[in-house]
Design a binder for this molecule. Structure first.
Ligand code: ADP
Ligand code: MG
Length: 625
């Protein structure tokens, strides 16, 4: 079957030489204010943001309107209803993703629609016309509109996507975004950080050989994010993030409205009873702001209110807001322990970076011209398309950027999980830790490798085990066994154990994700959250038992080795306290164990010091000065 592709610009159908339809993977920027879908045109190899059926708009306002007769509008049509029908018009749903009512209650007043508070602990819901919607369902409506747009523009079904999220999104928020995609009929191949996508759109990081440090300044409609990234070997690492979740272009609009009201001798209260006036002013303020990004002055009328603004007046109004973003930049650099001079590239993202004063402030702070060659409100979607193309295998030299979905670690004393590579670590990755023996003369050490988030290994998934044999006989605590975890770019884990004093070494290879479905992974994560408190207690108890076992063994060894320097009472009492401590090990009472550890420690401390003094004195006598 010949591939029919549609030329977006001219709208004509063109035939390509390919004999099979290659499935396209789209990149989606699911924004707070605006969303977009983009793809890589396989003829030009360029990333392109897709327009609506009319061929005009690329941005889809992230707004959903529910009509009284049960219809649903998404995008520009919905945005028009924002002021007049706030209860039925949902915006900024991204702010609610993966949040509970408790998380959002302090700014519930920000939303014009109703957020449900009957179950404050579980995920937040939104009430529209007697129906409850989750933020996931609402985001899915936006994603569905983007999917339809892509299918219409590309003339083929679209089922696979890469979706971007802010770098600071936690797992619940990322998972919610994934679920929204699933609900919209999209297979979400990857969730990518917005600053990472923006860098990819500029081709930064595509050459595996160059290492770069990048600052991504993203000023959107209602949020500001600054992210500092380090790219090395095609792996993006987030060094720091900062920002303000209530700072953006909307604030510019508000200062303009207040200025116009003042010019006309009115106060902001004037708008409370006059919604349509408010709406008009809001639209005009945004229009004026956008015009002033290129023009020097602007004039218009809101009803019979004359409204005008010059670039200079506008800049005076927004100066404090812009300075707040620079303060965030300073903090982000401090957190990453970097100076502006150590940043190799600065990338501008978000519609509000079109404001010349914003650009200038960023350039001054970093003392470097920022990237603004691409449309700032498109770059994230364009970069998502680049990532999608890499996943589609069209850019084979490129390393796949990925993270470990679950923590990897080994079993330590008492069946505890000791995490060596935490979940969400970018791969390839390498980490290690040193361990020692518990028993004198121990020559074997068993290393059991587990995957999962629970504190006890019995609740996690065992990946494999091996023994390090031939450790030379040494007292407990003396051998130094280094356990190294190395995950390569394909996700294969190699675990190596090496006794550093003797050099004996052993290793195994496992494939952590093998045979594990997404659902199982999600279940493992969920269980770890549900059992977090109980697990913490179990771990605390087990750690107390481990400490007690080490102490009783040391104390017994101490009395047998130093009988000559102790009184019979001291010996008897020590052994009695050791017994006391042992007798409560099975009690399950962590505090009681700690109490008896303390008693034993307090009793033995003075004569342990005495023995130590004698040993030192002896040693001193032996030294010749
Ligand atoms: P988000 O990432 O929050 O979804 P965008 O990156 O699409 O948002 O940015 C939207 C903001 O950009 C809005 O406040 C809009 O008014 C502003 N904006 C868009 N174009 C311009 C322009 N030419 N000049 C100034 N601001 C603009
Ligand atoms: Mg954005």
């Amino acid at each position: 079957m010949p591939l029919i592709s549609i030329d977006i610009k001219s709208g004509t159908l063109a035939q390509t030489e390919n004999s099979t339809v290659k499935e396209v993977i789209v990149g989606i920027d699911l924004g707070t204010t605006n969303s977009l879908v983009a793809y890589i045109n396989n003829q030009t190899q360029e990333a392109v943001a897709l327009k609506d059926a009319g061929g005009s708009n690329k941005l889809v306002p992230s707004v959903i309107h529910f009509t009284p007769d049960g219809g649903i509008l998404v995008g520009n049509e919905a945005k028009k209803m924002l002021i007049e029908q706030p209860q039925n018009t949902i915006y900024s749903v991204k702010r609610l993703m993966g949040k509970s009512y408790t998380d959002v209650q302090q700014y519930a007043g920000f939303f014009g629609y109703k957020i449900i508070d009957d179950d404050t602990e579980s995920l937040v819901k939104i009430k529209v016309n007697n129906r409850f919607y989750t933020p996931i369902e609402l985001s899915a409506l936006i994603l569905k509109a983007l999917k339809q747009r892509a299918e219409q523009a590309l003339q083929q079904t679209v089922t696979k996507a890469v979706i971007t999220v802010p770098a600071y999104f936690n797992d619940a928020q990322r998972q919610a975004t994934r679920d929204a995609g699933k609900l919209a009929g999209l297979d979400v191949l990857r969730i990518v950080n917005e600053p990472t996508a923006a860098s990819l759109a500029y081709g930064i990081g595509l050459n595996p050989d160059d290492g770069r440090t990048i600052a991504v300044y993203d000023l959107g409609g209602g949020t500001f994010d600054i992210s500092v990234l380090r790219i090395e070997n095609g792996v993006f690492e987030v060094l720091s993030t900062n920002g303000d979740t209530f700072l953006g272009g909307d604030d510019f609009d508000r200062t303009i409205i207040n200025y116009w009201l003042e010019m006309n001798g009115l106060t902001p209260d004037a708008l409370h009873n006059n919604k349509s006036m408010g709406q008009q002013l809001r639209l005009l303020a945004e229009e004026a702001k956008m015009a002033l990004s290129t023009a020097q002055n602007w004039q218009g009328m809101a009803g019979n209110l004359p409204c005008s603004l010059t670039r200079t007046q506008f800049e005076t109004l927004i100066e404090p807001i812009v300075q707040r973003t620079i303060t965030c930049c300073r903090q982000a650099l401090a957190d990453a322990k970097l100076t502006p001079a150590q940043i190799d590239e600065v990338v501008l993202v978000g519609g509000s970076t079109r404001v010349p004063m914003v650009k200038k402030a960023v350039e001054q702070f970093f003392n470097r011209r920022p990237h603004d060659e691409l449309n700032p409100d498109e770059v994230v979607a364009l970069g998502a398309a680049v990532q999608a193309d890499i996943l589609a295998g069209n850019n084979k030299d490129m390393l796949l950027l990925d993270v470990t979905p679950l923590s990897l670690g080994i079993e330590t004393m008492g069946g505890l999980m000791d995490v060596i590579i935490a979940r969400n670590t970018k791969i390839p990755a390498k980490a290690g830790r040193q361990y020692t023996t518990h028993v004198d003369g121990q020559s074997d050490m068993r290393i059991s490798v587990y995957q999962g988030e629970r504190d006890l290994v019995k609740d996690n998934r065992k990946l494999g085990e091996f023994s390090l044999k031939g450790i030379p006989a040494m007292p407990a605590g003396l051998p130094k066994v280094e356990i190294a975890f190395i995950i390569d770019a394909d996700g294969i884990l190699r675990v190596r154990a090496k006794e550093l004093r003797s050099g004996v070494e052993q290793s195994i290879e496992v494939t952590p994700q093998y045979g594990l479905t997404e659902e199982e992974m999600a279940k493992m994560l969920l269980e770890s959250i549900q059992h977090a408190e109980a697990d913490r207690q179990v771990r605390a108890l087990q750690e107390a038992i481990n400490e007690a076992e080490n102490l009783t063994a040391t104390a017994e060894k101490f009395v047998t080795q130093n009988t000559a320097m102790l009184t019979p009472e001291e010996i008897d009492q020590t052994l009695l306290l050791v017994q006391d401590l042992r007798s409560v090990l099975q009690s399950g009472n962590k505090d009681l164990i700690h109490q008896r550890i303390e008693t034993l420690n307090n009793f033995t401390r003075p004569f342990a010091e005495r023995v130590m003094d004698v040993a030192i004195a002896k040693a001193m006598r032996g030294t010749k000065i």
